[in-house]
Design a protein. Structure first.
Length: 90
């Protein structure tokens, strides 16, 4: 009957822990490639300026198009955390 059965409360999230920055950024790029291959778009939010610069360097070296502006042709929307509300439009 399922009276005490655990209910599905929403999407299941997976969390990763990395031993170093190189592993973290490698996994980020792999995940971005997967989403882009499926035709999706990703909003990549960073908090620290140094992180933003590293992500820009990685994205410049990849085949993914990116911008800090929400345009239809970019696969990655790269936004600083304090600017998210200004960029997202529905």
């Amino acid at each position: 009957m399922g009276l005490f059965k655990k209910k599905n409360t929403g999407p299941q999230l997976t969390h990763y822990i990395y031993a170093n920055k190189a592993g973290k950024f490698r996994m980020i790029m792999e995940e971005l490639d997967k989403v882009a291959a499926l035709g999706g778009k990703v909003m990549l939010i960073y908090h620290f300026e140094e992180t933003g610069h590293l992500l820009e360097e990685l994205l410049n070296g990849s085949k993914l198009s990116f911008s800090s502006q929400n345009t239809p042709d970019n696969k990655v929307l790269l936004v600083k955390s304090d600017k998210v509300a200004n960029v997202v439009s529905y």
